[in-house]
Ligand binder design. Structure first.
Ligand code: FAD
Length: 461
């Protein structure tokens, strides 16, 4: 009997599949945004999909993986962009989406299982009578197809971050429960700053089964489009609005998209985003709409849409958050596969914003090769603008030249064309995460190849 056959025998009757088409589909994520990653990852495939329905079943799977030394890659919605849940060395694909219950809602907090779709979680806290309805603090633009566990394990920020900060900011995620990969698995709960040991670790150090998130009172956000005569004016508005959140205005999302990207939005928005205007998509608190409109007018903007989510959807349009973050790239890629994107951070001067003259210079320098898109946010108590520019892909060498030019301009680049945590956003090895991996995954079986911090000699014999 092979190790895999022994594993399957140990975990029966938990649902499994070795159907080739399903395996191929569940071994992919959205790495195809990157031609570099497409080349590297297109042939990687797992050996069996396992679908636990309870934490007890997760414990059985973890024990059998450890006993037979079989690799395991946890998979939520499979919407990561960097091959985060692609099994680099075969093994088990643990589909966690059936662990999808809300466990407890209380004032200011929700505890849920990790495999729940973020949209379902949001619906549950909004419709619960507690506090008259609450909302989660942030979600990726993939709200409707991503799991909350996948967001915590692989995500960074999203709609809501301009108001509430990033996932890493203290108090946003208050508890993470993980199952360890040992012959006798443990269930460990991390609280407070300890959650950072597992957050954004790409599922390399424990299977997240449940978590607790901070909530705020629900707002029926107005999905809003402001149009401007120049991208610089759109950015100036975005900077001032971001600085004013919490005092003069209130918004959940502020996204600037330049006019050359407009043609990719027309199927949803028509002349609400024409190709002779630059746009700011936002989600505005209806109680602050008058102040929002005044700020828009001050910056020479005009309103082309102000509807709540139900109204937006009833008219066949995308909600504002699906015009933001990596959905902007998706809109372009659907029409033209020659695009890819980068992730940058422009330096922010407090009270002023980003250097708009620099963005103008970059637009001139790169012409039609790079199209601009900025997400406004907050992190670590300050304001930030994440750049998610579209790049017309020529080859890997040119892509890295453009990254180097961004860096030479003083922008940070979070390389989204690599598969390890460290080569992407984190830059350095997070030793606390590696120390926790020694406890939670002592044999080094979880999502192998995704962290440079784990060395083969760390593995327990
Ligand atoms: P998956 O892709 O399934 O997994 C992501 C990582 O987490 C993998 O390494 C996986 O192994 C691990 N993982 C998943 N579940 C668990 C678990 N229970 N325990 C341990 N590890 C686990 N990201 C953002 O941060 N903000 C955005 O706004 C955003 N927008 C996006 C838009 C588009 C169109 C696309 C394609 C991607 C976007 N992303 C964004 C990336 C991604 O959608 C999010 O990070 C999303 O939350 C991932 O959730 P998922 O369930 O799809 O995770």
């Amino acid at each position: 009997m092979t190790a895999l056959q022994k594993f399957l025998s140990d975990i029966a009757p938990i649902e499994t599949s070795q159907d080739a088409a399903k395996l191929a589909a569940k071994s992919r994520d959205y790495f195809w945004y990157s031609p570099v990653l497409s080349e590297l990852l297109r042939d990687k495939v797992g050996d069996v999909i396992v679908v636990p329905r309870t934490q007890d079943e997760v414990l059985r799977v973890a024990a059998a993986c450890a006993k037979h030394r079989i690799n395991i890659t946890v998979r939520g919605g499979g919407t990561g962009n960097y091959g985060q849940c692609v099994p680099m060395a075969g093994g088990i694909i643990l589909d966690i989406t059936q662990l999808n219950s809300v466990l407890n809602i209380s004032p200011g907090s929700v505890t849920c299982e990790a495999g729940i779709l973020i949209a379902d979680l949001e619906q549950a806290v909004r419709s619960s009578p507690i506090e008259g309805g609450q909302e989660i603090l942030m979600f990726p633009s993939t709200r409707d197809i991503a799991t909350i566990g996948g967001f915590i394990a692989g995500g960074y920020a999203g709609a809501g971050s301009v108001r509430n900060g990033i996932l890493k900011d203290a108090g946003n995620v208050t508890m993470i429960r993980v199952v360890t990969l040992e012959e006798t698995p443990q269930v460990i709960e991390l609280h407070g700053s300890d959650i950072q040991k597992v957050h954004h670790a790409y599922g390399t150090n424990g299977i997240i089964t449940a978590l607790t998130l901070h909530l705020k009172p629900a707002v029926n956000w107005v999905h809003h489009i402001g149009l401007f005569d120049s991208y610089s004016a759109a950015l100036r508005f975005g900077c001032e609005a971001t600085e004013a959140i919490g005092t003069e205005v209130d918004a959940f999302l502020i996204t600037a998209v330049e006019r050359r990207i407009a043609p990719y939005y027309t199927s949803s928005f028509g002349d609400r985003f024409p190709d002779n205007k630059d746009a700011v998509f936002s989600m505005v608190n209806p109680a602050h709409l008058t102040a929002w409109r005044a700020l828009l007018t001050k910056h020479g903007g005009t309103e082309s849409m102000a509807l709540d989510e139900l109204e937006v959807k009833a008219q066949g349009m995308h909600p504002a958050f699906e015009c933001a973050y990596n959905h902007t790239t998706l809109m372009a890629l659907r029409a033209d596969k020659s695009w890819t994107n980068l992730q940058t951070v422009a330096p922010w001067v407090s009270g002023v914003g980003i250097d708009i003259a620099l963005v103008e210079k970059q637009m001139q320098r790169w012409g039609d090769e790079v199209l601009q898109h900025h997400e406004f946010g907050r992190q670590y108590g300050g304001c930030v603008a994440f750049g998610l520019p579209l790049v017309s892909y020529l080859d890997k060498e040119r892509l890295y030249e453009i990254m180097a030019e961004f860096e030479a301009d003083g922008c940070l680049v979070f390389d989204n064309h690599v598969i390890t945590i460290e080569d992407g956003g984190m830059k350095t090895i997070d030793t606390a995460q590696i120390d926790f991996k020694k406890i939670a995954d002592p044999h080094g079986l979880m999502n192998p190849g995704k962290t440079r911090g784990w060395l083969p000699e760390y593995a327990r014999p």
